[in-house]
Write a protein that binds this ligand. Structure first.
Ligand SMILES: Nc1ncnc2c1ncn2[C@@H]1O[C@H](COP(=O)(O)OP(=O)(O)OP(=O)(O)O)[C@@H](O)[C@H]1O
Length: 228
């Protein structure tokens, strides 16, 4: 691969007697959108947690955007995640007492931005996700799809090297899921952000550039979307 932003090799990870990853090699190109699929319990979440530096693998190495994560201390990995990695979860995990604009500004403030700049950038990202009119609302006063788009704005606003998304539309009905996914991928492709997303849904995976299948802790296949 010409310009991989993620290079993982020989990843293994066990939890007690459970071997969650049993030797995974994976490269992801800069700007690529990769869908990770596979049965429940096959190791998908463990894989993206290792790629994102949330978990340290037992063996193997992970490099993201030129930084060897497996050589960093837990503290240094946490700093790296804050500055360079975005996360979107199935349930947005927005802070309920903050407004949309405050939720999106939070990681910018934590990374050292001034409040005024953080608010300005936060508003710009909300606008890009068609949420300008929701900026002052708290998550409880929005639809599930709107709240998920706020979570996406929050993940993208710090301009991370890679966004990891774990079932980002899994809690939404199919119409809302399609809208949220399309909104996310529009801004992702426009900004050239790399995305690795876990999904059980073939329609969601169809929006990616490539599918990667995980089975029993191993990659059982990888193919460009549309090639199957
Ligand atoms: N923190 C943990 N402690 C113990 N076992 C774990 C832990 N995390 C994952 N596992 C086990 O590792 C295996 C892989 O789990 P993982 O969550 O990576 O699978 P998954 O493919 O993401 O599943 P799902 O699609 O259901 O979310 C499973 O057998 C799971 O029970």
């Amino acid at each position: 691969m010409a310009d991989p932003i993620i290079t993982a090799s020989g990843l293994t990870k066990s939890f007690g007697a459970t071997a969650a990853l049993r030797g995974i090699d994976l490269e992801v190109a800069r700007g690529e959108v990769v869908a990770v699929m596979g049965p429940s319990g096959s190791g998908k979440s463990t894989l993206i947690h290792c790629l994102a530096g949330v978990l340290a693998p037992d063996t193997g190495s992970v490099a993201v955007d030129g930084t060897e994560l497996t050589a960093l201390s837990a503290d240094a990995r946490a700093r790296f995640r804050l500055e360079r990695i975005g996360f979107v979860f199935q349930f947005g995990q927005l802070l309920p007492d903050l407004t949309a604009v405050e939720n999106v500004a939070l990681p910018l403030l934590m990374a050292g931005a001034r409040r005024r700049d953080a608010n300005e950038r936060s508003l710009q990202w909300l606008d890009r996700l068609d949420l300008a009119d929701q900026a002052g609302k708290s998550p409880g006063d929005m639809s599930g799809g709107q709240a998920q788009r706020v979570a996406i704005a929050r993940a993208l606003a710090p301009q991370p090297s890679v966004v990891f998304a774990d079932e980002p539309t899994g809690s939404l009905d199919s119409v809302a899921a399609e809208n949220v996914l399309t909104a996310m991928l529009d801004v992702v492709r426009e900004s050239g952000t790399t995305v690795v997303l876990i999904t059980h849904d073939a329609r969601t995976a169809a929006h990616a550039d490539r599918e990667v299948i995980v089975r029993d802790g191993l990659l059982s296949g990888t193919a460009p979307v549309g090639a199957r």
